[in-house]
Design a protein around this ligand. Structure first.
Ligand code: NIG
Ligand code: FE
Length: 406
């Protein structure tokens, strides 16, 4: 269907997120969409008449207009669920214990390997609707429940199909080093060689991965094994990110800094000097408060240290069937505020500007001319409302690349 090349969103409270601090709020604002991009944004009284031309005018009725949100860390594609483990954990078993006895990630691996492409796609598509109703325009999806050449690539292909069928922007991350597959039990280094020599190059050859991730943890892979995967990613020109310091401090955050990686994620146990090294290396710290909540963790990420060294903080759902069955990025924003004491402004920056940076994307996350027209219009007046409401879906409209999705 053809659409007008220019559309004017008029009478909006525009949240540009362009200043380094503050929302960049414009009352009685307007924004002109030209094709896929933002052509003009500012006070409506200053709209240059000559650039409006034939634009279709949409009255925003004073609603809040923000960049479409960005969820920079999800494991959206998997077979089955793990509600049983939720019960076990509430009865006192820990995440690590369940993982060591063959449950945890490996139970999702079994369910994912045996599910057909169509079943995996349909279940992910169903979940994805929640991101749409939450004003999300871009989300990252990791593999990591396949753990073989065949099944890791299959997950990434399904992620690409999801992008095509939903209209949302999807960034894919190869997380083949998520857990040790049962057929490699006791041979972790051999599995890491398979990841580096076969899975990674095959994903690159098919254009399936935008980044590479590893679960660096006592119940995951060691720092040395993580380094090996990062080196292989480096040779192939793929940026790295890391599940780092979720349950203990293995110095993964420092390794991300050393490799100039995009982000270290979880980072509850990261020490201040490693967070500072990450900031120095222009990386991002990704906070995942829903996983923290579900695991009933008590070791808080060092937010004060992150602020002190100027580490950009992103916020994401970490949606996955084990530690974070969280279907709402705005709920993750709420948790970032209530659990980690982020300000609502930091939470919003964490799902816009800093989430874009965590994915290596310079073309979105703010409202200014030349960036993608990825926009969310909210039944809200104050930007803090996006973190404040729990369980509501105040999104009124969503545009991705100038295309109306809602
Ligand atoms: O981000 N910690 C490792 N990976 C996921 C959990 C995956 C799972 O339990 O299935 C996370 O929390
Ligand atoms: Fe994760």
């Amino acid at each position: 269907m053809s659409r007008p090349t220019r559309r004017l969103l008029d009478h909006a409270r525009v949240v540009t997120m362009t200043p380094a601090t503050g929302y960049g709020l414009i009352d009685e604002g307007a924004l002109l969409i030209g094709g896929d991009n933002i052509e003009w944004v500012g006070h409506r009284a200053e709209l240059p008449m000559d650039i409006i031309g034939e634009a279709e005018r949409i009255d925003c009725g004073g609603r809040l207009l923000t960049p479409a949100l960005i969820d920079c860390h999800t494991h959206l594609i998997y077979g089955g669920d793990r509600a049983n483990e939720f019960e076990w954990r509430l009865q006192g078993r820990s995440y690590a214990e369940i993982a060591q006895s063959g449950g945890g990630i490996l139970s999702s691996v079994r369910a994912t390997r045996t599910a057909s492409d169509e079943v995996l796609l349909a279940s992910a598509q169903r979940r994805l609707q929640q991101w749409l109703t939450d004003g999300v325009g871009t989300l990252e999806i990791k593999s990591g429940y396949g753990l073989s050449l065949e099944h890791e690539l299959r997950m990434l292909r399904i992620a690409r199909r999801l992008a095509a069928s939903s209209g949302l922007q999807v960034r894919t991350t190869l997380l083949a080093a998520h857990a040790l597959p049962p057929e490699y039990a006791g041979r972790a280094d051999e599995y890491i060689e398979l990841v580096c020599r076969e899975i990674l190059p095959a994903a690159v050859a098919e254009g399936l991965a935008d980044a590479v991730d590893v679960f660096c943890e006592g119940i995951g892979f060691s720092l040395a094994q993580t380094r090996r995967v990062f080196e292989a990613a480096n040779v192939l020109g793929l940026p790295v990110k890391l599940h780092a310091e979720q349950l203990s401090d293995l110095r993964g955050t420092r390794l991300v800094a050393e490799f100039g990686g995009l982000s270290a994620d979880h980072i509850e146990y990261s020490r201040a000097e490693d967070l500072a090294a990450l900031a120095e290396a222009a990386g991002v710290g990704v906070l995942l408060p829903a996983a923290f909540l579900c695991l009933r963790e008590t070791h808080m990420p060092d937010i004060a240290a992150m602020r002190a060294c100027g580490l950009p903080m992103a916020v994401a759902t970490d949606h996955n069937p084990g530690t974070s069955p969280c279907l709402s990025l705005r709920y993750a924003m709420n948790l970032a505020c209530t659990l980690f004491r982020l300000t609502p402004e930091e939470a919003l920056r964490g799902v816009t500007v800093h989430a874009a940076k965590a994915l290596g994307l310079a073309d979105r996350g703010q409202l200014r001319p030349g960036l993608r027209a990825d926009l969310a219009l909210w039944d809200a007046q104050h930007p803090a409302e996006l973190s404040y409401w729990m369980g509501a879906t105040p999104v009124h409209a969503l545009w991705v690349g100038g295309e109306a999705l809602r």
